[in-house]
Ligand binder design. Structure first.
Ligand code: HEM
Ligand SMILES: [Cu+2]
Length: 650
């Protein structure tokens, strides 16, 4: 709690049961004020999580529409629906949108909403930072799309290689929008990741020791640590590029003694770990979701949890597999090739764990289950093509062909979109108090599944047959017309599937059946509270003795029971409990911040600062900078309110 004074007052809170009077008191303390002020000032993790989710889904739809235009252009040979420059901007903006503005933020959204609930806390560790991270994400998305709308979207692929990104070859503002937008977005990612790390270490229910965490928490935790380590690399890369373009610093251009390959190193040191950051939390959703619908605990909890961490650790050492074609020495290539192949081991572990969970369970074929289970197949296909390109000679043949396009989509749609849609079916009742329609859900699933494979499986072939990626058309003589037409048809079918999903969500929001607290008879703490949860989440803080608190009677494994009905009563303000990092023993009572507009204003000021840097009217830069500084002062102003109290041991 930055800037907070630590009050030494020791207090031993009462332990008791939930009463209506307690609920009323907590409601009054935690409720967000109604009206516009409350909407903008809310620091509640549930509102912020939903905002992330809705914004990211809107960006998924936008990126999807871009992809469909791309597919129309490629539906037959020699088409001229788009000019080459328009095509460049479309596929680059599509990549930017999907990777940076959808795939990662959507997972932040789910984790933001779910973490305090699955961990047994009342909010994230830093609620105001949480609001800031959302508002800056929104600011960065608007900033980058403003470029696209004025015809200056990124036009050099999402990984933006120099020298083409340098000013000599790319004089427009496209690269300046992209570079500054990515630095701005990096602020959001960084504060968000720090918040996840501290929340996990400090804000868990008593008894939720590190070996009882849901796998989703392992996934997001691992991803967040990775983000803290690697986002600086990409922010630096884009900053140096911006300096090169604006002030001729020659970091990346050979003419002035710069080194183009440096861009690729900096970008991929970030880029590859990032790919794991946008799949590990989604894999966590599957690891936590499958057991619910298979009616049994996950097989191999410990290997899966450790595999998550191992994937990330190995993931730091494989970035050169994106650079096999750059002429680096053979010994180095062999190392990175070997490391890349080694990553298959923890991934395969997860696959076997999921298969065993289904095999030994009694699956209930809900829509969520279908999405989670099909993800295993897509994961294996994407994994195998990745394994193939990890081999240097194979990669030399396949790099920059549609084989790679097939690979990234099996990975990203297979391991991110499918679990995310499944997770929406599973947690939508918790978010909204309404069930999603299962019949429409079946249609949704099968259209997406068939459309996706019809569209993307043939890309492997077109790649092997020599279809280059990122080229706006191809001559009829190449004989690739038929396979591309199939791909386009499949893409549209897939898009119809996504549309059915959106229709189902909107329809269910209005008229879905009312959801009970635990519609799936699931095991996690989030299902203990009403759907949707009250603003304070837990009226009393539960105490946990197992990984499956709501299934202890069903499983009957150990005689002890988690205490879900009685616990610490924290009602003297906006309070939650801090616990010790490993064993989750009660440690401190935290007073959480009230709703405030400061994060919103700080995000606006920071965005103005970046607009100023882009357009260079220096008064605007000064306005943004001073505004941001003023917001920081307001933020950090010492307040008696935010304090920590001494241990709550009884
Ligand atoms: C309707 C769904 C989608 C379709 C039809 C589609 C289609 C395509 C096509 C045809 C390309 C290659 C363009 C080219 O190289 O000429 C492409 C590139 C790409 N797509 Fe998608 N895509 C879809 C969804 C997604 C999703 C959900 C993600 C990520 C979560 C994604 C990530 C990417 C990336 C990273 C690239 C590489 C862009 C670049 O080369 O810089 N796509 N997509
Ligand atoms: Cu990689």
């Amino acid at each position: 709690m930055s800037g907070a004074r630590v009050k030494a007052a020791v207090r031993t809170p009462r332990i008791g049961a939930v009463t209506p009077a307690l609920r009323e008191r907590l409601e009054a303390i935690w409720e967000t004020k109604p009206g516009l002020y409350g909407w903008f000032a809310s620091v509640d993790h549930k509102s912020i999580g939903l905002r992330y989710i809705v914004t990211a889904f809107i960006l998924l739809a936008i990126g999807g529409i871009e992809a469909l235009v791309i597919r129309l252009q490629l539906a037959g040979p020699d088409l001229h629906l788009l000019t080459p420059e328009q095509y460049n901007q479309l596929f680059s903006t599509h990549g930017m949108t999907m990777i940076f503005l959808y795939a990662s933020p959507i997972l932040s959204g789910f984790s933001n909403y779910l973490w305090p609930l699955i961990l047994g806390s009342r909010d994230m560790a830093f609620p105001r930072l949480n609001a800031l991270s959302y508002w800056i994400y929104l600011g960065a998305a608007l900033f980058m799309y403003a470029g696209f709308l004025v015809g200056a979207g990124p036009n050099d692929g999402w990984f933006n290689y120099v020298p083409y990104a340098e000013r000599d070859f790319n004089p427009g503002m496209n690269q300046d929008f992209y570079a500054l937008g990515m630095i701005l977005l990096g602020i959001s990612t960084t504060v968000g990741a720090a918040n996840f790390v501290v929340t996990l270490l400090r804000n868990r229910a008593p008894g939720m020791s590190i070996n009882r965490l849901p796998i989703l928490a392992w996934g997001t935790m691992t991803a967040s640590v990775a983000n803290l380590v690697v986002v600086p690399a990409v922010s630096l890369a884009f900053f140096l590029l911006w300096l090169d373009r604006q002030y001729g610093t020659h970091f990346f251009d050979t003419g002035g003694g710069g080194q183009p390959l440096l861009w690729q190193h900096l970008f991929w040191m970030f880029g590859h770990p990032w790919v794991y950051a946008i799949v590990l939390p989604a894999m966590g959703m599957v690891s936590d979701g499958l057991p619910v619908f298979c009616r049994r605990p996950l097989v191999g909890y410990t290997p899966v949890a450790l595999g998550t961490v191992a994937t990330m650790v190995l993931g730091f050492g494989v970035w050169v597999h994106h650079m096999f074609a750059t002429g680096l020495p053979g010994l180095g290539l062999a190392f990175f090739s070997g490391a890349s192949i080694l990553i298959a081991v923890p991934s395969a572990l997860a696959v076997f764990a999921w298969l065993a969970t289904i095999w030994f369970g009694r699956p209930v074929f809900t829509t969520a289950f279908l999405f989670f289970a099909s993800m295993i197949l897509l994961f294996v296909i994407g994994g195998v093509s990745g394994f193939m390109t990890a081999s240097v000679p194979v990669d030399w043949q396949l790099t920059d062909t549609y084989f790679v396009v097939a690979h990234i989509h099996y990975v990203l749609i297979g391991i991110n979109v499918f679990p995310v849609v499944g997770a929406t079916y599973m947690w939508f009742p918790k978010f909204t108090g309404r069930m999603m329609d299962e019949r429409l859900g079946r249609w949704n699933f099968w259209t997406m599944f068939v459309g996706f494979n019809l569209g993307f499986l043939p890309m492997h072939l077109s790649g092997l047959w020599g279809m280059p990626r990122r080229v706006y058309t191809y001559p009829a003589e190449m004989g690739l017309g038929a396979v591309n037409l199939v791909t386009t048809i499949g893409s549209f079918l897939f898009a119809i599937g996504v549309l059915l999903f959106i229709v189902n969500a909107l329809k269910s929001l209005r008229s879905g059946a009312a959801a009970p607290a635990n519609p799936w008879d699931a095991y996690g703490l989030e299902w203990l509270v009403s759907s949707p949860p009250p603003p304070y989440n837990f009226a009393v803080i539960p105490t946990i003795v197992s990984r499956y608190p709501l299934w202890e009677d069903r499983l009957g494994e150990a005689p002890e029971r988690s205490n879900l009905d009685e616990g610490l009563i924290l009602d003297e303000g906006k309070e939650t409990l801090a616990t010790t990092p490993l064993d989750a023993e009660p440690d401190r009572i935290l007073e959480m911040p009230e709703d405030t507009l400061v994060p919103l204003f700080l995000a606006i000021a920071t965005t103005i600062l970046f607009v100023g840097l882009l357009l260079k009217p220096w008064p605007v830069v000064a306005l943004g900078g001073l505004g941001a500084a003023a917001c920081l002062v307001a933020w950090l102003w010492p307040s008696l309110h935010l304090s920590q109290r001494e241990p709550a041991r009884g």
